[in-house]
Write a new protein. Sequence first.
Length: 52
Amino acid sequence: MNSNLLIQAEGLYKTYGHGEGAVTALNHVSLDIYDGELLVILGSSGCGKVRC
């Protein structure tokens, strides 16, 4: 595997809603993606994979 770092993300967070009904989808997530890696994002339709 090639070790060239293409994307680095640190401390990502995402919360849907406010107050007692808030749902935390990401909580301080970090991610490194290197050249030559295959990345797949899975989830049900409508679960927030893409923000238009």
